[in-house]
Structure formats: C-alpha cells, structure tokens
Design a protein around this ligand. Structure first.
Ligand SMILES: Nc1ncnc2c1ncn2[C@@H]1O[C@H](COP(=O)(O)OP(=O)(O)OP(=O)(O)O)[C@@H](O)[C@H]1O
Length: 246
C-alpha cells in the first residue's frame, strides 16, 4: 500500500503530561480511517499535530510522494500541502448564500493578489455546482447559509473544504447533533470523498463508525491500542477494558 501520511514515534508533553506517547500512524492516499478512543485518549492532539497547531517533542511526520517532513512547518504551509480540517462546530458565513460560500472557498485556493481581482470563470461556477451536488445542497444553492439546518451547515463546510481539494481531510465528530437521516447523508459524503483522498474521522458514535465501513484505529493514552476492522477492535480485550475503565 502506498502511503500519504506517515507519523512515527511522535510524542507530545504538556507540562510534564505525555498526551501523545510514541504514536505511529499511517494512511494511504485514498483511504477512509476512523479514530476512536475514550475521552483524553489524544485524538484531538493527534489532529493538532498533523495540522501543525501543536508541535511534537519528537518523532517524524512524513508526507506525500516526496516524503517531505511536515514537522516544523507552519499551519498555513501544511494546509497548502493539502491537509484540510473540519472542526466540530460549523463555521460557514451565515449571511452569504451556499453558492457564495462555496465560491469563496474556491477563491481561497488562490494567492492574495489573485483573490483581489477575482472573477469566477465558467469552470469555477461549474465546480461550485458539482460541489453542491456532491454535498447534497444543490437545491439550497441560493439560500442564506444561516437558514440551513445544523446538518446542512456541516455539509456545506465539508463542501468548502473539498473546494480546496485537500489530499487529507481530518474530520472531528461529524455526526454530533445530527438526526439519523443527516448522519446517513454525512456518511455518504465522506465515503465518496475518501475515494479520491485520505479521510480521517474522529468519532465517538460507534454506529456512525460502523457505517463508514473502514479500518479503525483505537487510541488510548496517546498511543495506538488496536487497529483493524470495527469488529476486530471492539472484541479486543484491551479495548474492552479501556472502554469499561478497567
Ligand atoms: N494544551 C494542553 N495543555 C495541557 N493538557 C492538554 C492540552 N491539550 C490536551 N491536553 C491533555 O492531553 C490529553 C489528550 O487530550 P485530547 O483532547 O487530545 O483527547 P481526545 O482523545 O481528543 O479527548 P475527547 O474525546 O475528550 O475530545 C488530555 O488528558 C488533555 O487533558
């Protein structure tokens, strides 16, 4: 299997507390992965390390065909390398329409001067239509984003991230606060996205993880406790003990 991101031997300490402990993780260029683990396992810190928000004390973070190191790069530079992150809370521009939000996200791909003199091309407009279709918001293109449901805002934000064409998309608890129907639609969007890029989903909801139908990495105390199919990891005695707090 070829590798897009390889994290090896990474550790992070906060005031003497080792939040990530000699962690190793790898993901292929078109792969879906779920990360689960109890509260405080290090899931968020792991994503913070990959995006450059938190600097590790040690370890390697190797990216892409050229095996460049992401360690020490700024967050902006890592984003330009193709790492996109979806936080739990949607952050769409509520006064703008779905169309404007998606167009703005496309525009963000350009440099500051190109943005200043930006006029959407026919190709850009077609891309906005395709993105809206992909996230299931085509019928809502001309609605103000503030009027959308929580689920729709989440999809819009995923669409805005996809507009930037990330090679790796990190998604934090996408199912939180969604109705069952919204969850199902979210699964479909992510599964589709993972056909052409790597998608890492941090999620507590096991039903959601099951529907993603992908390899699962279980974190505990900042390290990988188990990895494999959901059935494999949930029957692992160490995982059961950790979840039951034994
Ligand atoms: N900036 C920080 N300073 C001190 N401790 C931190 C900091 N960030 C995280 N931690 C600690 O590191 C550990 C891992 O936290 P992290 O948020 O990564 O876990 P998590 O698996 O995402 O948990 P949850 O499922 O509750 O979101 C926790 O014990 C947390 O308190």
């Amino acid at each position: 299997m070829s590798t897009l991101l390889e994290v090896s031997g990474v550790s992070v300490t906060f005031d003497g507390f080792r939040a990530i402990n000699n962690l190793s993780f790898r993901i292929g260029p078109a792969e879906m992965r779920a990360i689960i683990g109890p509260n405080g396992a290090g899931k968020t810190t792991f994503m913070d390390i990959v995006t450059g928000k938190t600097k590790p004390d040690q370890g390697r973070i190797i990216w892409g065909e050229k095996s460049i190191s992401l360690r020490g790069m700024s967050e902006a530079r890592i984003a330009r390398e193709g790492v996109g992150r979806k936080f739990q809370k949607p952050t769409v521009f509520e006064d703008q329409t779905v169309h404007e939000n998606l167009l703005m996200a496309l525009r963000n791909k350009r440099g500051p001067f190109a943005v200043l003199f930006y006029k959407p091309t026919a190709k850009d407009l077609a891309r906005v239509e395709a993105l809206a279709e992909e996230i299931g918001l085509h019928d809502a293109l001309w609605r103000k984003s503030g009027e959308l449901s929580h689920g729709q805002k989440q999809w819009l934000e995923i669409g805005m991230l996809l507009a930037q064409e990330p090679r790796l998309l990190l998604v934090d608890e996408p199912a939180a606060g969604m109705t069952p129907a919204e969850r199902e639609h979210t699964t479909n969007i992510l599964v589709e996205a993972a056909k052409t890029r790597a998608v890492v989903v941090v999620e507590h909801d096991m039903e959601f993880v099951r529907r993603l139908n992908c390899k699962v990495t279980v974190l505990h105390e900042g390290a990988v406790l188990a990895e494999g199919s959901l059935d494999h990891v949930t029957t692992n005695q160490n995982v059961i003990d950790v979840y039951l707090g034994r």
